[in-house]
Design a protein around this ligand. Sequence first.
Ligand code: NAD
Length: 518
Amino acid sequence: MIPLHRTLVQPLVNNLRTYSNVAPTTKLFIDGQFVDSKTSNWVDLHNPATNEVVTKVPLTTTKEMEAAVESCKNAYDSWSKTTVLTRQQYMLKLQALIKRDMKKIAANITTEQGKTLADADGDVMRGIQVVEHSCAAGTLLQGESLQNIAKDMDIVSYKCPLGVTAGICPFNFPAMVPLWMFPLALIAGNTMLLKPSERDPGATMLLMELMNEAGVPPGVVNVIHGTHNSVDFICDHEYIKAISFVGSDNAGKYIYERGARNGKRVQSNMGAKNHAIVLPDADKETTLNQIIGASMGAAGQRCMAISVCILVGESQKWIPDLVKKAQELKVNAGHEPGTDLGPVISPLAKQRILDLVEAGIKQGAKCVLDGRNIKVEKYPNGNFVGPTILTDVKVDHDCYKEEIFGPVLSVMSADTLEDALKIINSNPYGNGTAIFTSNGSSARQFVDEVDAGQIGINVPIPVPLPMFSFTGSRGSHHGDLHFYGKQGLNFYTQTKTITSLWRKGQGITKASVSMPVH
Ligand code: NAD
């Protein structure tokens, strides 16, 4: 059995990687200052296309983490008292600055994470949209009110900040996911302790430079780095009231349980297996292009990637065309012009993908497009996996049961829409799904009967825009409030309800000991 996810202490399995004692270090961001960590424990961050060291990331010491959370706590006192209009002004400035520096942030993402520059632009842009949405807080943070709920009595409710919040991020969207978190936490009056992925914290650090430039007061966001020690620190710290987590199942379940045990509010977005159903009445050319784009884009390292395609009836004849489209994709370093697929994040991730493909073949799947031995001439040490397509995949194959998180599309067959729905609804994940059809009633049946949180109809990656929420369900999400949109603001606020009596003339003349029913 192949382990579900990398373990925390990763042995460096690959001798392609270089090591360096002179690489620049990633700083901590505490109280508005970029500071060197005093730790003696560092993680080397490698460019996935070359495996050369880009930077050394500190495993933050407990003393430094304490200083960071203390800074958040101190800043909260004044930040929570600023007006929503003041906070909006900071977000408007931040939005403009991120737009100005979008290319610089995207270039950093390509270096540290490997995705193509165009895809990295999308990573930043999706984050900017959340900053923009946060500027609607003057309306979205309004509570409720009812006048004259009883004689001379009114009730109002306010959405109040929680205090210090925390965000723990994955490697695959180094700009978008932190931007799902801190702009909304801040606009609601909270402060935030952020822990970006130790595998690509650079985008977060650039965003913090922009926070300083926007004039956001020191301490409103602090950034620490690390792995399980910093995660445990966050889950256990008494000042931290809420944790936003995005990442793998193992970490997500652990953080959800540990944080909740300590009385914290936790939202945890986890792994996925997103199925697309293709009905024979779909527009063939558009559908196949969309499926290949959504399965191979970002080298398959998106939680909303289509990783399973269920061909229904006659559409099963389309496999050769699907293969042809995948074959046309160009694999190269993400900064090279014309690249469609960059490398995957690490040699270990690559090995895991190859192992799952191998396991699939051993268990009966057919590899109709094999990208395992791809050579990228200019980058012989990169973690490249070429587009790979497995057909005849069955629900008991490991390549189906595991989230592969690589450029591998598993193709399954079904006789009817109902049979295809059964496959999706039996899978433990519920992040996203899509149907391709030209038949409105089939699409409607799919929406009614499929058990997944984000549904596309002729849309392969139905990630909602920030005025809605990211609503993955079942095994893909723990918690009851989702990221961004109205739910995001509800996550970062608590409700205060005030009942007031202002009566002119005669007051209350006798003590009543019964339960008041107004
Ligand atoms: P990951 O779980 O390895 O890392 C995420 C964060 O958790 C990191 O900051 C890391 O330091 C920390 N961490 C890792 N293992 C831990 C452990 N055992 N205990 C405590 N903390 C731990 O995830 P990743 O590999 O960086 O990201 C890819 C995963 O994230 C995929 O499963 C993908 O589907 C998922 N993801 C989900 C969404 C979503 O919205 N559902 C979005 C993006 C990514």
